[in-house]
Every structure is written in structure tokens, then in C-alpha cells.
Ligand binder design. Sequence first.
Ligand code: SME
Length: 153
Amino acid sequence: MEDKKKDGRYQRIYIQLSGLVLKSNNTQARMATIIAVLHHKMDFFFWTGFYLADNGKMTVSMYQGPVACQILEKDKGVCWAAYNQQRTIVVEDVHEFPGHIACDSRSNSEIVVPLKNKIGEIIGVLDIDSKDKASFSEVDARWLEKILELIYI
Ligand code: SME
């Protein structure tokens, strides 16, 4: 999807999500709602979900899409890289990312955004996969970071 079209779609999603998340201050309800809206409004999102650091293990949390790995091998792959480097990582071709963990062989590109709690600590990541190469850009990075801020408002 072109960046301009994507930007418009994120704007509408953001308005919708801002209304929805304010109905509950339960963090899990907000996370689940964000995943459902993103996954169903962005047709190129093939897998959309959270991995959360749980006693040193990057463990899958709520998600939409095909069954995923429960636990990601420590310090390997894109999710751990984004978590350890504390920054959003956009991968145009997952097959070229050293150590990429393929939970589903149909994924070809990916974006991983760190999830921060109320006091700014990184507690996990939002991970989104696409079946196409180079599906994600700076537009996704900027909007997804902004959307994640809704969880702890
Ligand atoms: N590809 C991720 C693993 C999670 S799945 O994509 C759902 C990674 O390399 O960390």
C-alpha cells in the first residue's frame, strides 16, 4: 500500500482506537482491541500481535493470524533485536535478517515496535508480519508507535 493511502488509513484507525480504548483502562482490553482493529483494517497484516518479556522469555501474548511460536529463542530474531536495541525495526525481507525466526514460512516482511509501560520501560514488542516483501515503511513505524501510546494513557 502506498504511504499516502496508508497514512490516511492510520489516521482513521487512530481516531477509532482512541474512542475504543478510553472505554476501559484495562491494559489487556486495550491491547486486544488494538490488535483486532489493526489486523482487520490493514489488509496486508498477515500476523499481528504482542510478544511480552516474561521472566527473561519473550512470550507470545494476544494476537490475530496463524498460530505463532510461543517463546522466541533469547537474543535471536527481530523481536529480540527491537527489544534489546529499544527501537522500532522495519525488515523489508525477513530472509535477509540474520537470525530471523520464521513462525510461519509465508511471512516475508515484518515490523517490530517496542511496547513501553507507564514509566517508559520496554516490556515487550508489537510484531506485525506481511506475506509481501517491503510492506512496512516509516509511516507504519510512526503510527504504530503512536497507537501503542494509547495503551497506557
Ligand atoms: N519473526 C519474529 C518471530 C515472531 S513471528 O514473526 C510471529 C522474530 O524474528 O522475532
